[in-house]
Design a protein around this ligand. Structure first.
Ligand code: DQA
Length: 147
């Protein structure tokens, strides 16, 4: 099966962006980790990043007929975007929200997620491992859905 890993704004700067919060692993290194785990789990991985809300909505629409599930780090749009929430809902894709940092241990405006209610679950606070945990969780969801 095929899993889309969708990344939102400013995640292209991982590695140099606020390393005290996000660590020093780059997005390219996270992509390589996801591809390696995807191969181990027997799933194809598509990895996309955009700083633009509409492009993320377009990626979700395109995923509808191509991918079986999406794991999404929507970055700051997590806390603001009704459009992303509606796109996840409209596509009917199984989605997992993830974050590198524990948003509940940060500023109060990060405590609210507009997309969590339309996701199967949320994984956050484990740095790059959040991606791997989310992929394993999605593999379980897809396995259960196909039996
Ligand atoms: C983030 C958390 C968000 O609050 C923030 O806006 C990001 C990164 C994370 O992965 O920890 O851009 O999604």
């Amino acid at each position: 099966m095929s899993i889309l890993v969708l990344n939102g704004p400013n995640l292209n700067l991982l590695g140099t962006r606020e390393p005290g919060i996000y660590g020093s692993t780059t997005l390219a290194e996270i992509e390589a980790m996801c591809r390696a785990l995807g191969a181990e789990l027997g799933h194809d991985i598509a990895f996309v990043q955009s700083n633009h809300e509409g492009a993320l909505v377009d990626a979700l629409h395109a995923a509808r007929t191509v991918h079986d599930g999406v794991i999404i780090n929507a970055g700051a749009y997590t806390h603001t975007s009704v459009a992303l929430r509606d796109a996840i809902s409209a596509t009917g894709l199984k989605a997992i929200e993830l974050h590198l940092s524990n948003t509940h241990a940060r500023e109060s405006f990060r405590h609210v997620s507009l997309i969590a209610p339309v996701c199967v679950g949320v994984i956050q606070g484990f740095g790059p491992d959040s991606y791997l945990l989310a992929l394993r969780a999605m593999a379980g969801i897809l396995a259960r859905a196909s039996t």
